[in-house]
Design a protein around this ligand. Structure first.
Ligand code: NAD
Length: 247
């Protein structure tokens, strides 16, 4: 479904991003992952090269919240590949606290990594995708961006911000053949959620009609749909993948 397509996936060395890289590769895409951890990045690139030797895989180590690092990396990729067909803004962090206890740094870091990063990548790639009159951007938001959550004003604001950003950019780019969509995962089994206290996990599970956590692959399959021509008349949307948690 993605044969010959070139994809960049931020935070593609762990959890959901890693699975998106796996699924895109299995469908024929060349993939570059952006991440912060050299060991994990090397490992995934090595695994993919072994599985799909005729395709291209590499990684860039950078902090997605730093505009200079992102611009340099994407311009290097564009020099090599000429164009990028699929961008997945997946990198994200949490720094949970009640607002009255939340430090400025906890606010700033979450907004920078989760939201400013999307501006950083899209500003470079929107131009090249417009020129190519093709491309699809997938922003990984969260159900928390739709519902809010006590203890997560920073995370919820960043994820709601991604949704507003996505809808606005979709309107800017639709006539140029570029689609921009969000996926809002629910409660997914990744390193981000493994550390949650048991009580919190139980309470989240009780709010999921399907009564289980989602698997990273279930988000990756939604990303494949949005990256492929199967969704070619879909833009500016939020695809919620959450076992029925938010309806
Ligand atoms: P994860 O912690 O396994 O993955 C996050 C990735 O982002 C990691 O690869 C990490 O290295 C990368 N990253 C973090 N800060 C970065 C930075 N400054 N620069 C570059 N890369 C950076 O967690 P995950 O669950 O796979 O999360 C992926 C995305 O899905 C996140 O945006 C998260 O908010 C979202 N999400 C996750 C869940 C869930 O239940 N796991 C639910 C809703 C949304």
């Amino acid at each position: 479904m993605l044969k010959g397509k070139k994809a960049v996936i931020t935070g593609g060395t762990s959890g959901i991003g890693k699975e998106i890289a796996n699924v895109f590769a299995a469908q024929g895409a060349d993939v570059i992952v952006f991440g912060t951890n050299a060991q994990r990045a090397q490992q995934i690139v090595q695994e993919l090269k072994q599985l799909y030797p005729s395709q291209e895989f590499s990684y860039e180590l950078l902090d997605v919240s730093k505009i200079n690092e992102v611009e340099k990396a994407l311009n290097d990729v564009l020099e090599k590949w000429n164009s990028i067909d699929v961008l997945v803004n997946n990198a994200g962090i949490t720094k949970d606290n009640l607002l009255i206890r939340m430090k400025e740094d906890e606010w700033d870091q979450v907004i920078s990594v989760n939201l400013k990063s999307v501006y950083n990548t899209c500003r470079v790639l929107a131009r090249s995708m417009m020129k190519a009159k093709a491309g699809t951007i997938i922003n990984i938001t969260s159900v928390i961006g739709l519902t809010g959550n006590a203890g997560q004003v920073n995370y919820a604001a960043s994820k709601s911000g991604m949704i507003g950003f996505t809808k606005s950019l979709a309107k800017e780019l639709a006539s140029r053949g570029v689609r921009v969509n969000c996926i809002a995962p629910g409660y997914i089994d990744t390193p981000m959620t493994t550390g949650l206290p048991e009580k919190v996990k139980e309470s989240i599970l009780s709010s999921i009609p399907m009564n289980r956590m989602g698997e990273p692959k279930e988000i990756a399959n939604a990303a494949l749909f949005l990256a492929s021509d199967l969704s070619k008349y879909i833009t500016g949307q939020v695809l919620t993948v959450d076992g029925g948690m938010v309806m």
